[in-house]
Design a protein around this ligand. Sequence first.
Ligand code: ADP
Length: 554
Amino acid sequence: MGDKIESKKLADKAGVSTVPGFLGVIKDVAHAKKISGEIGYPVMLKASAGGGGKGMRIARNESEVQEGFERSQSEAKSSFGDDRMFIEKYIEQPRHIEIQVIADRHGNTLYLNERECSIQRRHQKVIEEAPSPFLDEKTRKAMGEQAVALAKAVNYVSAGTVEFIVDTKRNFYFLEMNTRLQVEHPVTELITGLDLVELMIRVACNEKLPLKQSDVKIDGWAIESRVYAEDPYRNFLPSTGRLTRYIAPQETANVRVDTGVYEGGEIGVFYDPMIAKLCSYGKDRKEATAHMRAALDAYYIRGVSHNIPFLASVLGKKKFESGDLSTNFIAEEYPQGFSDKDLPADDPTKLLAVAAVVHNTFARRAANVSGQMAGRARKLPTEWVVAVKDAEGNYSETPVKIESEVEGGTVLVNGREVDVTTGWRPGQPLFTAVVDGRAVTVQVDRKGIGYRLFHAGSQLDLLVYTRREAELARLMPNKPPPDLSKYLLSPMPGLLVSLAVKEGQEVKAGEALAIVEAMKMENVLKAERDATVKKIHQKAGDSLAVDQMILEFG
Ligand code: ADP
C-alpha cells in the first residue's frame, strides 16, 4: 500500500472509488502530455513513492506538464530514490478527509472516524481536526466502510489511514493508504479516547482488538497545528538554527504538545522542519479553537523563524471559523502570501495597556535597584507615551496614564480605562494577565530600549517614553532601510543546485535565476522585475547562508 500506483489498483479492485486517471507508470514528458490530454486538464502529476506532498504538481495545461513533470520526477528521485510517476484528474475545491482504521489478526477491522486535513500548503498538512465539520453521518459511514473493505482486501493489520479527497458534493475518492501511524493521529485519540499506539502494540502481540465498531464514539472536538521551523513571511521557506529559547505551552486536559526538541537544540537542514504538534481539545469546535489560540499565544520560540503567527492567522479567519475549508484555503485566503496584514485584528488598546504595565514594572525595578537616586525617593512618572512602529518604520503615539499599580494596574489608554491584573516580573518571557476580565498571554521581548510584543500571531514593536522623551524622539532623524532590490539573496540556508543565468544576461520578471535546495526541497528563485545580471558571486554546489548574495543586477 506504500506505493501509490499499486494501491490505487488494489483499491479499484476492492470496490473503493478512486480518482479518475491513468493507472500505470508514465514513461516521459511526451507520454505525460498525451495522458494528461486524455484525462482532461487540470491534472495532478504524482510520484508513486511520494509522501508529505513531495513529488506532486498540478498542471493546468501542456506547458505546465512540460515544466512540472521533470521537476517532480527529479524531486521524487532525490527524496525517495524512485522516480515512477503517474497522473490523475485534479479535483477542484477538494477537502482532504481521511479515515483511521485499525485491524487485528483475528479478522477484526474497525474505522475510528475521520480527520479533516484540508488546511494544506504545497499539499502538506498544516492544521488537522477531528471530526470533520463537513461530513454527515451517512458519508462518514460510507467512507468508513470503504476504508475497512480496502484494509481487509489487503489483509491489513495494525493502525492505518485511508485518505480520500471529497468534492463539494460529498463525492469521495480514494487517494492513498498510509500503512503507519500518522502525524495527525492525536486528534483521533482525543475524540475517541483511544490510545492508538497501545492498540498497535496489542495487535502486534496478536491480541484481539478490545472493542467493536459500535463502541467507537465521537466525544468532543480536537484540532492539531503543526508548528514548523519556517518563515511564513517568506513563502514558508524552511528555517534552521538553534532554539535559543523554547517554552512550550502547559499541557492540560485541553492542550497536548507532542515534540522532541528542547531549548538549545539545533534545527538542522537534514530533516523535515517540524518542531511540534500542538493539539487542543474542547467540547465543540469553537471551544477547541479557543484553546488552540490561547496555546499558540503561550508558545515561545526564539532562534529560528516559525509559523505560529501564520497558524494564529488561519484560526482567526472567518472561513476557518465556519468550517468552510478546502485544500485551496491557504492559496485563496493568502493570495499575496502571508503578511502582517493577515493577522487577526486584536484590540490594540489592550496591548498598549500591557506595554504600559510592562514598562512601568521595568522602570520601577530600575529605580529600586540602581541606587542612583539614593537618599531621595525617586518619583516615577505616571504619564507615558507608547510609540508603536508601523510597517513603514513610522511611529504612532498614544498617551497612557497609570492610574493604579496594584498587581498590574489600571491604565488609561487615550482616556479609555483598561484593567490589567498580573503577577508578571521583568525577565519572564510570557506576560500572563487578566485584561478587562479576559485571560491573555502576551510574549514580551526587550529590544534595545523598546519592546516587541507578540499576541494572536501579531507582533508589535514599540517604545514607551516619558512625555519629554517623546518630544525629543520626534526630532531624531529616521534612517531609511537599505535598498536590497539590486541583489538576489538566498532566502534560506541551503545548497545552490544550479544557476540559470550568466553575467551580462538580461532577464524578465518571473524568469528563473537559480535553484536552491534545502530540506530536500528545490526552490526556484525567480527575477522580481526585468533586469540585467551584472555579477555572479556563487557557483553551483556552493553552500549558502540565509541572505547570502548570489548575484547582483546592473
Ligand atoms: P502525500 O502522500 O504526499 O501526502 P497524497 O496523495 O496524500 O500525497 O496527496 C496530498 C494532498 O494533495 C491531498 O490532501 C490533496 O490536497 C492533494 N491532492 C492529491 N491528489 C489530488 C487530486 N487528484 N486532486 C486534487 N488534489 C489532490
